[in-house]
Structures are given as C-alpha cells and as structure tokens.
Design a binder for this molecule. Structure first.
Ligand code: SAM
Length: 342
C-alpha cells in the first residue's frame, strides 16, 4: 500500500464538484465578492470518473462529494451512479448544506449514494439567516426530512461551533439530531483559507463542548474505536452518541489519510496546503493512465503535510491568526475552503 513520509495511507478522497455555493456562511464565505474557478476548467464527470478510478488503484476506497454546494452541480446523480459502480469504492458519501436536498435526496439514493452529511449549525431561523445571509432554514429542515424518507441511514449533522453565535445550542442540537435519527458532530471553528473573520477567542474547544454537555447530561464516555475518521465519538448516559472534530485544538494530522481534488482538478494533500498538484492538465493533454497514476503516487509518497498541527504550533508562539488574507484569496481561489471542500 502507498504510504506518505509519515506512513499514512492514501484512503479518503474528497471530490469537489463545484466551487459555487448557495449560502454565505460567515465562517467559510464571509465576503461580498469572490473570484471563481473558470467554468471551462471544471472537470467533466468522465474526467472525475477517470481520476477516481486511478486513485482507487492506489488505495482510495472512500469518496466524498463536496463543494461549494455539491447539489448546485447539474445532474449530480449521474456522477453518483458512475462512482457507486466502481467496485473498489466501499463508500460514496456527500456533504451538503441541505438547501436543495428536498428535491434531490430520492434521486441520489436511487443512484447509489451511500451516506449524506448535512451541515446544520443552528435550530433558529433568525440565526441561520444571520449566519448564512440566506433565508433557507426551513428548506434545510425539509432536506433533512427528505434524506430520511428517501431511506438513507447513517445521517450525520455537522455543526461548526462558534462562540457567541451558536454555542448555547449544543444540547438542543443533540436533541434535534436524536429526533431525526442522526448523529451530530461538533466541529471546532477552523482557521482555514476563506475564514477571514476567524479569531482564536471564537473557537469553542472540545474540552468546553464536553464540559457544557456534561452539565446538562452528566458524565460522558468516550467511545473507543480504531478509525482514521476526524471525529472522536462520545456517548451520553442514555446511549445517545455524538462526535467532536477538534481540528483546531487537538489536530489529528498523524492519522490523516484524506486528500482533496478541486472542481478544476487540482489535488491538495492537506486542507491547509498552499499549493496543489495539477491533474487537469495531464488529463486533458493526453497523459496515459499509468502516467497520471505515477504522478499521484509520487505526490503521495512525498507528502509531509501536517497543516493543522503547524497551525497549532503557531499558537504557542502567539502567531495564530487568519490563514490567508483576502487579497491572497482573490489572487488564487484554490486557497478557499469552499473551493477545496471541507
Ligand atoms: N456546501 C457543503 C456543506 O455546507 O456541507 C459542502 C462544503 S462545506 C465547505 C464542507 C464543510 O466545511 C461544512 O461542514 C462546513 O461547515 C465546513 N467548514 C467550512 N468552513 C469551516 C471553518 N472555518 N471551520 C470549520 N469547518 C468549516
């Protein structure tokens, strides 16, 4: 099996199908204007399929479709159908903000999508509006319902916890997740590209999240499991489980087997990486299957990224702040979280 310089295998691939989004979340896309990828540069479904097949030959067995908002990509179920048919893939999942799920969940299920994660930060419509600058809270709730009625199991809800924004809703969100048969995962606010309003004091740490929930629910037990998944899972006394993704205060770079392809075919080996590997040019200039495979294999073998740990190290010397200033993001939209997918 292919391993990088820290012995990490290539397993999880996130495929961004668009850099466009129909929300403007303050922790991801807080600006008024954005530089977008060129439309003619976006990989076609055939190109995505070709790349994913090569990746599976090198160890990838899980793919997650993301964006931007993946449901903005036209005919997404067609891509899902092709990916779900690749025998080496044991998991084809998608992360969505849920706004368009009501109309698309059934088609995605019929196409063979295995799992859906919905980003869900608040139960309050007024807060949703302030956080996302769109009035779509009810649509997201209907989308969550549609996921259930389409027959998906293993629904996850992801909440970015931000101090003073939604940190008073943790228990309510646990209750809501339970009511819709979902598992909620609380994500620490990350200083990724695009989070131009990030500040350390807005980060609600894993320790604080646990403390808050213990006040309401009593002792919380960690669930011990072997996994490279970013979320650590916990169980309340009544058996309800939830996760915490502590990427900011307790990074997990040492077990990170994830990499990301942007919608225009740039491959990033770390969410924090400043540079990616261009796969679109070889793909479009006639490179053979084996040449592209060699490019990917070499890239992974040389991988030494541990971006989240390095960000944390900066904190120790008082230098942790916004990762990329707005001018840098305007020059290169690849540095944006919404281009890389979460
Ligand atoms: N539009 C889809 C969605 O909303 O789920 C997929 C793309 S979105 C970039 C993927 C994930 O990144 C979401 O769960 C989002 O909450 C997370 N995310 C974006 N910015 C973040 C930040 N600054 N800190 C932590 N998570 C972030």
């Amino acid at each position: 099996m292919l391993r990088d310089t820290l012995g990490r295998p290539l397993r999880n691939l996130r495929v961004s199908v668009t850099d466009r989004c129909n929300l403007r979340c303050q922790y991801c896309m807080p600006e008024e204007e954005y530089a977008w990828l060129r439309r003619s540069d976006l990989l076609t479904f055939e190109e995505i399929q070709r790349l994913v097949e090569i990746f599976t030959e090198l160890g990838v067995d899980k793919v997650r479709l993301t964006g931007g908002e993946p449901l903005l990509r036209r005919d997404l179920p067609d891509l899902v159908r092709v990916l779900a048919g690749i025998p080496a893939l044991r998991d084809v999942a998608m992360t969505s903000n849920g706004v368009l799920l009501e109309s698309q969940a059934a088609a995605l299920r019929a196409a063979g999508l295995h799992r859906i994660t919905v980003s869900f930060d608040t139960l309050r419509a007024d807060r949703f509006r302030a956080l996302t600058r769109r009035d779509d809270h009810a649509a997201v709730l209907r989308g969550i319902e549609a996921v259930r009625s389409a027959g998906f199991t293993g629904l996850k809800l992801d909440t970015v916890v931000i101090r003073g924004v939604n940190d008073d809703e943790l228990a309510d969100l646990v209750e809501f997740a339970r009511s819709v048969d979902a598992e909620i995962r609380f994500i620490e606010y990350m200083d990724v590209g695009g989070a131009t309003h990030w500040s350390r004091d807005q980060v609600v740490s894993r320790a604080e999240i646990l403390e808050h929930l213990e006040t309401k629910y009593g002792p919380i037990d960690p669930i011990r499991e072997e996994s490279s998944a970013p979320a650590e899972r916990f169980r309340l006394g009544d058996g309800t489980s939830f996760g915490i993704i502590a990427s900011t205060t307790a990074p997990f770079c040492r077990t990170c087997d994830r990499s990301r392809i942007t919608a225009d075919g740039t491959w990033y080996l770390c969410l924090y990486a400043q540079r990616g590997i261009d796969l679109r040019t070889p793909l479009r200039s006639g490179a053979s299957h084996d040449e592209i495979k060699a490019l990917i294999a070499t890239g992974w073998t040389r991988r030494r990224d541990r971006g989240a740990e390095e960000r944390k190290d900066l904190e120790a010397i008082g230098h942790r702040g916004v990762l990329v200033q707005i001018e840098g993001l305007r020059r290169d939209p690849h540095l944006e979280m919404h281009t890389r997918g979460g």
